[in-house]
Design a binder for this molecule. Structure first.
Ligand code: FES
Length: 104
């Protein structure tokens, strides 16, 4: 496993998603209040950046901006069509004010 520091927690805007490009993939990091979620940035329906979508705060889901599929932020389960396949999520933590993601 690899732990990657992403940014200070304070830089994440509550209720929004931010894209973090890495070498071979990109992550969508979402802040809801004091919680932080990390999901693969690629929609499972088509190749589209999930971080461009809307955060559904009450549901704790991320909506794809292209066709409207939604995914649970805690485990990537698809909640609405047209997506039928989940998206990988990753363990994320805040350590000394810094958001860190753990990749397998
Ligand atoms: S590309 Fe995301 S729902 Fe179609």
């Amino acid at each position: 496993m690899t732990v990657i520091p992403l940014c200070p927690f304070d830089e994440l805007v509550d209720g929004t998603s931010r894209r973090f490009p890495l070498d071979h993939m990109a992550l969508a990091v979402v802040r809801i209040g004091d919680e932080v979620f990390c999901i693969n940035d690629r929609c499972s329906h088509e190749d589209f950046s999930l971080s461009e979508g809307e955060v559904l705060v009450e549901e704790k889901e991320l909506e794809c901006a292209r066709h409207g599929a939604t995914f649970r932020l805690d485990d990537g389960t698809p909640c609405s069509f047209p997506a039928t396949t989940g998206v990988a999520t990753y363990h994320v933590a805040v350590r000394d004010g810094m958001v860190e993601v753990t990749l397998p």
